[in-house]
Design a protein around this ligand. Structure first.
Ligand code: MSP
Length: 517
């Protein structure tokens, strides 16, 4: 395989009980941005997404529409696959838990847990939330106005009593705490890490890992009355996709342990407590990081089907534009926090950051070059301090953004880039190249060269978030596919060559007005 450093990043696999909405689109988008960044930065990337197709929730949804579960899964899973086209995701694989490779892998990890002495047969009697696919203690529940119990998510719970295999999670408490200690950045953001650590310190109970009252799941090896608990099956997808149970395979040894599992805050416990415990029990290294992002609300309201305010990513892209949507979702909210979607905020970002700040900069500079420099990269004369200051700011972007993305601070990475956009706009105003045209054309050429070089850096840097728009800017700088990687940036990079012919410029970031909706 490649000798470039590997980077394995995963999204949660999505339940196929319903079609994709903004929450799903968001998680995968964040991973797409990180995956694209790492590829441009020379890493050997494996970016995985897919669908979680077993369990009671999916079985019930299939029954409700009178479909065979697999036929139902085929249909809904395809909607998630199609989302990649809509949102321009660059995933390398798409896994479905109903695939044979996954059945093999889940049964193999089950056997490892058994071999480790961590599995025993007993009976489960307790509360279960089908919507969360999770078991709850009575102490965790609240009461609905009608007297029924609700899970912390607000989902109804039902009483379940059935034979079940259990995983000795209680025995892993200290080893998990040691693991968190030894890997202080295993869970980010740190506030979430603290929540997980106190949850584990509070004591862990053994976990029911099989069900007998329905059939839609992976059969437990050697006891086909049981199917595996959907979360054990689902979490295993992350190793299935890199070749488990063949731990000696090239792909497993290249990509495992994963660099990053991206998840929403609601499913952190499964990823940061159960999953490392399963893996350690099976003798497999835990992933390097789990990052929990926040949740979106819509115009201040919780998003829910019953409120009828679910945001369809296809609609977003049609209304606001693909790269505009991608930019907004990554920029508007500090990554990790909850955030609110609103038309006003979207219009503000599109017209401010994109049309006015970046779009205008590119348009102004390229038009001036086209008109005044024979439609070619201008020749630079000696640099003045203002020139080298701006160029240095452009050169410094990559390492600064790299540091932010190392801890998944995607919004901060964008802020670093937009800081340079701001500096470049101020430089245009200060240098007033339109005035230099008559008084000092050589100096004008130098200023426009410095700006073109800055724009090249900006366009290369925004590719992970806005691949199409960045590509259109790079086309206007006559830069081909091999001149767009991060290796072209910085002092020793691949600066624009004076005299290179440039095509007629055209705007890349249109303004948004309410009539566009
Ligand atoms: N199938 C499980 C994951 C198994 S991973 C081994 C699951 N699926 S899900 O389809 O319900 O949710 C997937 C992701 O969507 C979660 O990360 C969740 O946080 C995210 N979102 C769902 N609604 C959301 C918002 N309103 N806002 C942001 N993300 C949200 O859980």
């Amino acid at each position: 395989m490649s000798d470039r450093e590997a980077y394995y990043i995963t999204t949660p696999i999505y339940y196929v009980n319903d079609i994709p909405h903004i929450g799903h689109a968001y998680t995968t988008l964040a991973c797409d941005v990180l995956a694209r960044f790492m590829r441009l930065d020379g890493r050997n990337v494996m970016f995985l997404t897919g669908t979680d197709e077993h369990g009671q929730k999916v079985e019930k949804s299939a029954n409700a529409v009178g479909k065979d579960p697999l036929a139902f899964c085929d249909e809904v899973s395809q909607r998630f696959r199609d989302l990649a086209g809509v949102m321009n995701y660059s995933n390398d694989d798409f896994i479905r838990t109903t695939e044979p490779r996954h059945r093999l892998s889940s049964q193999a990890i089950w056997q490892k847990l058994v071999d480790a002495g961590d599995v025993y047969l007993d009976k489960y009697a307790g509360w279960y939330s089908v919507r969360d696919e999770a078991f709850f203690d009575e102490g965790e529940l609240s009461k609905a106005p009608d007297g029924s119990f609700l899970a912390p998510s607000g989902a109804p719970v039902e009483w379940v009593e059935e034979p079940s295999y259990f995983f000795k999670l209680s025995a892993w408490q200290d080893r998990l705490l040691d693991f968190y200690d030894a890997n202080p950045e295993f869970i980010l953001p740190l506030t979430r890490r603290n929540e997980v650590v106190s949850f584990v310190k509070g004591g862990l109970r053994d976990l029911s890992i099989s069900r007998t009252s329905f059939k839609w799941g992976v059969p437990v090896p050697g006891d086909e009355d049981h199917i595996m608990y959907v979360w054990l099956d689902a979490l295993t997808n992350y190793i299935t996709a890199v070749g488990y149970p063949d731990e000696r395979s090239d792909s497993f040894s290249t990509y495992w342990p994963a660099d990053l599992h991206m998840v929403g805050k609601d499913i952190l416990r499964f990823h940061a407590v159960y999953w490392p415990a399963f893996l350690m029990s099976a003798g497999i290294a835990p992933p390097k990081r789990v990052f929990a992002h926040g949740w979106w609300t819509n115009e201040g309201e919780k998003i829910s089907k019953s409120l009828g305010n679910v945001i369809d990513p296809v609609h977003l892209v049609e209304t606001y534009g693909l790269d505009q949507t991608r930019y907004f979702l990554m920029r508007e909210v500090p990554f990790g926090n909850d955030g609110d979607f609103s038309r006003a905020a979207m219009a503000h970002r599109i017209n401010g950051d994109l049309a006015n700040d970046l779009g205008n900069l590119v348009q102004r500079v390229l038009s001036m070059i086209h008109k005044n420099c024979d439609a070619a990269v201008p020749h630079a004369g000696p640099f003045e301090t203002a020139d080298t200051t701006l160029l240095q700011a452009a050169f410094d972007m990559l390492p600064a953004v790299r540091d932010e993305l190392e801890v998944q601070a995607i919004h901060k990475g964008l802020a670093v880039i937009w800081d340079v956009v701001g500096q470049a706009n101020r430089y245009v105003d200060d240098m007033a190249p339109w005035a230099l045209r008559k008084t000092d054309p050589d100096r004008m050429a130098t200023v426009l060269y410095v700006l073109a070089e800055t724009i090249r850096h900006l366009a290369v840097m925004i590719q992970p978030v806005m691949p199409d728009s960045a590509g259109r800017i790079l086309d206007q700088l006559s830069l081909g596919a091999d001149a767009r990687g991060f290796g072209t940036l910085g002092e020793g990079g691949a600066p624009l060559i004076a005299g290179t012919a440039l095509p007629k410029p055209h705007g890349v970031f249109p303004r948004f007005s309410d009539e566009d909706a």
